[in-house]
Ligand binder design. Sequence first.
Ligand SMILES: [Cu+2]
Length: 126
Amino acid sequence: MKSLVAFSLMSLIALNPLRAADPSVVQVTMTSFNFNPATVQLRAGIPTVLQLRNDAGGAHNFSAPAFFAAAHIDPASSALIHDGHVEVKGHAQVDITLTPAAGQYPLKCTHPLHSSFGMKGSITVR
Ligand SMILES: [Cu+2]
């Protein structure tokens, strides 16, 4: 039985690269002071896991109030969104599950001066 569990775990790990390639999982990396990609491309009406990864030591946020207001947010993720933005601590990742609505939305980090240092972008959903 133990070996069966171990085998199942190994299978899951082996399948992981395939899951990462799934188009419904989109990663956005935050650094000081950029979003990568700066233009986030999403598919309208497709349930999507938005992986917000902060590679910097300091905190950043993913602020897109119009985008979040138009999207259908998975109930489990809604508590992670405050005033249209998601805070991500340094070297942390926050996953948001939502179904985006078609449109073009501005994106920025609202921490003082971060957007003027270049931490802004857009979200295109089509
Ligand atoms: Cu920032």
